[in-house]
Design a protein around this ligand. Sequence first.
Ligand code: SF4
Length: 154
Amino acid sequence: MAMIENQLHRIMRKTGRKPSQCKCKLCQEQCHQPCLGTPQDIERLIDAGFADRLAATQWVAGMIMGCCPGPVTMVQARQEENGWCTFFKDGLCELHDKGLKPTEGRLSHHSIRADNWSPKKSISWHVAKEWIMPENKGAITRVWAKMIDRLLQP
Ligand code: SF4
C-alpha cells in the first residue's frame, strides 16, 4: 500500500530542505517574524493550550513574490510588542523541545534567506499554500472553530 505523504514531507520534497537545528545569531534573527506553520501545526499548538498566543493573519508575501493573486488567510504565532515571536525565549524557541515547532521554523536555516524569495523553493510559500489546499479543508475548519471557541470562552 502506498504511504500517504504528510505535509512536512511534501514541503521537504518541494523545497529540498531538511529539518535543521542551528542556533546561531542569524537563525535567531529569523525569530523576529514568527515562522509559518501548516494548519496541522497550528491545530497541534491549539490542542497543546497555546491558542492565546496565536492570531489570525493575512500572509501577503506571496503577492509580492507573484505566487498568488491575494493574501492567504491563516492562523499563526503572534509577534509580541518587543518585536519577537511569542515563542522566542532567552534566545531559544520554546516549542523546539516540545516537538511543536512550526514547519517553516523546522526547515529554516540562516543560509536560505535568498531562496525564500524564489517561489519554487520558498519554504514560506510552500507552508502558506497548505492553507489553501482543498485536502486541508478539515484541519483549516477545525483551526478556525477552535480559535472562535477560545474567543467565546468566558
Ligand atoms: S515558533 Fe520558534 S522557531 Fe518559529 S519564529 Fe517562533 S521562536 Fe522562532
